[in-house]
Structure formats: structure tokens, C-alpha cells
Write a protein that binds this ligand. Structure first.
Ligand code: ATP
Ligand code: MG
Length: 368
């Protein structure tokens, strides 16, 4: 096969997306939540384990919402009903709103971003205010106001922020509350629905800020769990579909080796896809002869890495599990000592008030 042809086939495989049931369900829920926006939840939290397909879902969400507003966009090109941004990781220190706002303004075509960042120019504009006021957080404030104005002017209905867990990365735990406030204010001041896409770390928002809980809806994109009988069949169907799309004549048997593929991906379609893409890439590069399980296995994640990912997923799923109504009742009836309530609110490790201690469910399911 010619090199160019191989390249095209590989790109075709990279771009191929399986519409598997968990992805479809999460997309439908997220779309419904955004479309109902304003009627209660103005913050939608899309969460799931690392590599499950959250960014893929966020892009699909953007495409679908953009289609909703296509007529408006065609008639008023200056409007940006759906704005998409990334919360870039902090470099050593805390997440920087200043950075985030300036990226967002640039993305929305705001022509004055550079000038807004230019402190000395600010000094010229507001010469009666001392320069120091515009340093540090003040710059972030100026930019925040610009973002809010820009989002209102450009009639942004929905702001999707991928990797939003980075917002919660702060070097001082006291700053967390400020981060929650900033998200809330963005939603309230702009009237847009804010979709936060990220790992389970995002659930801290729900656990720590009552005001945000009231305004938020959680959309879960989970891995396939072998302890849920229907998940076993769904994972296998998605596996078989992906194997069929591999642009190489291969000897992989998804029926026979479903358990192996499950274990080596933690039941995550995104991890499976990345693994197969790596294997196809190496196959072409090395000019290998046989594309079988032994060949593919060389490019799987190592077991220690998978262990880390699976442990994080289990922890996240535990965080998502609701508490018992009886525990809620105990809290309301005053059966929980005040000191414990206060300690729990401060995030001390007494276990959250009104929450069961984590218990492991029977494991193994269909593969036991
Ligand atoms: N349904 C799918 N079909 C095919 N490929 C998929 C699917 N979902 C995700 N992928 C692929 O799997 C990889 C991981 O997906 P993605 O980046 O969306 O995961 P993520 O949850 O955002 O990961 P992270 O936690 O690292 O941000 C990507 O290469 C993506 O193209
Ligand atoms: Mg992602």
C-alpha cells in the first residue's frame, strides 16, 4: 500500500467515533440540561474517568448546540451562541483566571484583549487611579468584566469549558471558595449556561458550595462496569465495532478476548481507541507482518498505569453515589453532633456528615 493511502486510512480510523450507549446517554442528558438552561441549572458538570471520552462528548455537544443556533449565526455572524474554551493547567502555581479570560476573549474575537492586558495603557485611561490597582487580581477583574460584557454582547447562550478541573487547582485551599464564586458569578452575570467538563475532581464543586449545588446538574459519562450485567454486552458491541474499523487485516478476536480488552482498558472506550490507534501507527511504521493480540499488547498501557486510572474511577464513582435518605433525616433531626457538622463542612477527614462509609460492592460480575 502506498504511504499516502496508509496515512489516509490511519486518519480515517483516528477520526472514527463509536456512538456507544454511555456516550449517547450522556450527550442526550447534557443537551437537555443546556437546552433547559436558565430554568434552574445554569451550570452543567460533565464528568467521568480520565480517557473515557469527555472531550469527545464536549465537542459533540458543541456541534449539536451550534446546529440549534445555525439560523441565528447565519443571520448575525457577530453572535457566538456557543463558546468553547479550555481551562489550561496551572504552571506550578494556581489556575490563572487572567490567562483563562484573555484566551476566552481572543477566542471570541474580542479585538481589545491586548489593550486590556496592557497595564500601562490602563493607567493612561484611568490616570486618576494608582497603577497598583491594576496589578495581579485587578487585571483578572478587568478581564472578567470584559468577558461578561463580551459574552452578553455576543449573545453567548452556552460556554463550554473543557479540562475544567484545572480551575480547582489552587495552591491555597482557602482560594477554592473564590474559584466557586468566580464560576457562579460568570453564570449569573452572563445569563449563559456554563458547562464544566472534567474529571471527578469537579465534584468538589458540588460537595463544597451549596449555592453552586442549587444551580448545577451533573452529567456522568462512566466507564463500562462489569458488575452491571448490561454493560458487559455494551462494551463488547463497542469493542467489536472498533475492531472492525481497524484499517489493517488483523487477527483480533473481540468475542474470545473481550475480558482481556476490558481489563486492559478499565472498560473505557477512549483508552481502547487510543491503544488501537497506537498499535496501527506502529504497525505501519515498523512495516510489521502480523496484527494479532501479541502485537497489539505491546502498545497497551502498563498495568500500573491502568491500576491508577481504575482506582481514580472507583473513587469518583463512590463520590457520585448518593447518600441514604435516613442519613439526611438524621442530619435534619439533630442526631448528628454540631461539632461533626462543622468539621465536615470545613472538609476535615471525619467522613462527610450524612454519608455512608465507602463500601465495596461484590465484585467480578460477568467476568468473575
Ligand atoms: N466513542 C468514541 N469512539 C472512538 N474514539 C473515541 C471515543 N471516545 C473517545 N475516543 C478517543 O479516545 C481518546 C480519549 O478521548 P477523550 O480525549 O475524549 O477523553 P477524555 O475523557 O477527555 O480524556 P482526558 O481525561 O484525558 O481529558 C481520544 O483519542 C478520542 O478521540
Ligand atoms: Mg479531555
Amino acid at each position: 500500500m502506498k504511504k499516502q493511502e496508509m496515512q489516509q486510512q490511519k486518519i480515517g480510523f483516528i477520526n472514527y467515533t463509536v456512538a456507544h450507549p454511555h456516550m449517547r446517554a450522556a450527550l442526550d442528558t447534557a443537551l437537555a440540561a443546556v437546552r433547559a438552561g436558565g430554568a434552574g441549572s445554569s451550570i452543567v458538570i460533565v464528568t467521568g474517568p480520565t480517557g473515557v471520552g469527555k472531550t469527545t462528548l464536549a465537542r459533540k455537544l458543541r456541534q449539536n448546540l451550534q446546529a440549534d443556533y445555525q439560523d441565528i449565526i447565519d443571520e448575525n455572524p457577530e453572535q457566538i451562541p456557543i463558546l468553547y474554551g479550555n481551562a489550561v493547567a496551572a504552571q506550578g502555581a494556581s489556575f490563572s483566571w487572567k490567562d483563562f479570560y484573555s484566551r476566552l476573549l481572543k477566542r471570541s474575537g474580542e479585538p481589545l484583549v491586548e489593550r486590556k492586558l496592557d497595564i500601562d495603557h490602563q493607567q493612561e485611561l484611568f490616570s486618576d487611579i494608582p497603577l497598583a490597582r491594576y496589578r495581579g487580581n485587578e487585571t483578572a477583574d478587568v478581564l472578567r468584566q470584559s468577558v461578561e460584557i463580551c459574552m452578553r454582547e455576543r449573545k453567548v447562550r452556552c460556554l463550554i469549558i473543557d479540562e475544567a478541573h484545572h480551575i480547582l487547582m489552587v495552591n491555597d485551599p482557602k482560594k477554592l471558595e473564590f474559584q466557586f464564586e468566580a464560576i457562579k458569578s460568570l453564570a449569573i452575570q452572563t445569563g449563559a449556561v456554563i458547562v464544566l467538563v472534567g474529571t471527578y475532581r469537579l465534584l468538589d464543586i458540588r460537595d463544597q458550595s451549596g449555592q453552586l449545588v442549587r444551580r448545577s446538574e451533573i452529567v456522568h459519562l462512566p466507564r463500562y462496569d462489569v458488575n452491571t450485567p448490561s454493560d458487559v454486552a455494551k462494551f463488547k458491541t463497542a469493542l467489536l465495532e472498533l475492531l472492525e474499523k481497524i484499517p489493517v487485516a488483523h487477527k483480533l478476536n473481540g468475542e474470545k478476548d473481550a475480558k482481556h480488552f476490558y481489563v486492559k482498558t478499565g472498560g473505557e472506550i477512549g483508552i481502547l481507541k487510543d491503544w488501537l490507534v497506537r498499535a496501527v501507527d506502529r504497525f505501519y511504521q515498523a512495516g510489521a507482518k502480523k496484527f494479532d493480540l501479541d502485537f497489539v499488547d505491546q502498545y497497551a498501557l502498563d498495568n500500573k498505569a491502568l491500576r491508577r486510572i481504575i482506582l481514580e474511577a472507583l473513587e469518583g464513582e463512590e463520590k457520585l453515589r448518593d447518600i441514604d435518605e435516613k442519613d439526611l433525616e438524621a442530619l435534619l433531626m439533630g442526631d448528628v453532633p454540631r461539632a461533626t457538622v462543622a468539621a465536615s463542612k470545613r472538609g476535615r477527614s471525619v467522613g462527610r456528615v450524612g454519608e455512608r462509609k465507602p463500601v465495596r460492592d461484590p465484585v467480578g460480575g460477568a467476568y468473575a
